[in-house]
Design a protein around this ligand. Structure first.
Ligand SMILES: Cc1ncc(COP(=O)(O)O)c(C=O)c1O
Length: 398
């Protein structure tokens, strides 16, 4: 029976015969088995992309280079352009100052934006909070010689604007590149870009305001809560495999045309090399386009509303049935709770950072999954703790 298959041994390429179907089958079975208890990471699972994968999956689609260039043989630039225009409109990007492309994910979007910012402001200090995604710290480290400043975030994950002002005041001789987050990884906090810009203006500091909106960019924009005009944002990066649940890592980055990096034309590709990577996945661009074509703004708004309602249900059930604390920001899919006992974590794939864990009620997570999680948590709490007691303190967002 293939379920007892030693996957690493079966996949070893140094053997005479390899049962490829057995290996692939086992991967799919493992993923299927893990899916019901995987509620800690933010990939939506409610959309069906098989139409695109079936039609386009049999060849290479390469959108190499700049989006506006003609491209090579098989590419999906026309779909990528349509998708980027949709995102730019949704985010209220000025029609005469827009540029963007489909990336390999949130990290590449952050990298493209921060490289553009650093190219324009080479003496800038780069500010981000301690709740920023690790990719932001990594990109900062890669910018050799750049000065990085970590701004405090509150326990609920949002930037402490007084600390930002204090840090800027000390360095107001230099321009600032500020990275705001729209949906921090642990608590889904959203930094207020209008307040950040106000701090910069108050101190007479010029620079670049980037928003890492990997998780919350689309749902917030659909509600009018994230727009380029909110604090004169210069760039926004969004993941495609999170809210849209695209079945391959991808994303989009939007950068004002007036602030993007100059780039050289490459004769043999016939394109201008404006992007972080050279060859780019045209299948991912088609998948992003498909998600928008099938569901439109209204469909995605509905998906966001349903997911938020599941998250609200999770908070209610966890608190009512187990006495365990749980909270969420009103806009959030993420439910934050004190780290559950090990027995619960052994069965459920949660995201845990020391005393705090979270579940993410992305579109596709059902109330039945929440009920099963709550039942396990209630059992563990009852078995582990003979007398009801208060779980560790965590801050509740207002
Ligand atoms: C806030 C934030 N930014 C960036 C990223 C990186 O995205 P990716 O994994 O697509 O590179 C993530 C992913 O979890 C994230 O949560």
């Amino acid at each position: 029976m293939t379920d007892t298959l030693d996957l690493a041994a079966a996949a070893d390429l140094d053997q005479d015969t390899i049962d490829i179907d057995a290996v692939l089958g086992r991967l799919v079975r493992d993923a299927d088995a893990a899916a019901p208890t995987s509620i800690g990471f933010p990939g939506a699972t409610d959309l069906d992309y098989r139409r695109v994968v079936t039609r386009l999956g049999g060849r290479l689609w390469n959108n190499i280079g700049n989006l506006d260039d003609p491209g090579g043989v098989a590419h999906t630039r026309v779909l990528e352009r349509a998708a980027i225009t949709w995102f730019a409109n949704l985010l209220g990007m000025p029609a005469d100052d827009r540029w963007g492309y489909a990336t390999s994910g949130g990290t590449e979007g952050n990298r493209a934006a921060l490289l553009a910012a650093y190219h324009r402001w080479p003496t800038a200090r780069i500010y981000h909070t301690d709740a920023a995604h690790y990719s932001v710290r990594k990109i900062g480290r890669e910018m050799v010689g750049a000065y990085k400043v970590v701004v405090r975030a509150g326990p609920d994950g949002e930037m402490d604007y007084d600390d930002l002002a204090a840090q800027i005041r000390r360095r107001k001789r230099w321009p600032a590149i500020v990275v705001a987050t729209a949906g921090t990884t642990m608590t889904e906090a959203v930094d207020d870009t209008a307040r950040i810009r106000a701090v910069l203006t108050e101190h007479g500091v010029a620079g670049h305001l980037h928003v890492d909106a990997a998780l919350s960019g689309i749902p917030l924009a659909l509600d009018g809560q994230l727009r380029f005009t909110d604090g004169d944002i210069d760039s926004i990066a969004i993941s495609g495999h999170k809210f849209l649940g695209i079945p391959t890592p991808c994303g989009v980055v939007l950068i004002r045309d007036s602030v993007r990096r100059p780039a050289e034309r490459v004769a043999y590709t016939g394109t201008v090399d404006t992007t972080v990577s050279g060859s780019r996945c045209g299948l991912a661009a088609a998948l992003i386009w498909n998600a928008i074509a099938v569901h439109g703004r209204e469909g995605h708004r509905w998906r966001a509303a349903e997911a938020r309602s599941t998250a609200a249900y999770a908070v209610e059930q966890i608190t009512a049935a187990t006495g365990w604390r749980a909270w969420r920001w009103p806009h959030a899919f993420t439910v934050v709770l004190p780290t559950p006992p090990a027995t619960v974590r052994a069965r459920w794939l949660l995201a845990t950072d020391g005393p705090v864990s979270h579940i993410v009620c992305m579109p596709g997570v059902t109330r039945e999954q929440i009920d099963a999680f709550v039942a396990d948590l209630a059992d563990a709490v009852r078995t582990r703790i003979p007398h009801p007691r208060t779980p560790p303190e965590i801050t509740t967002a207002s």
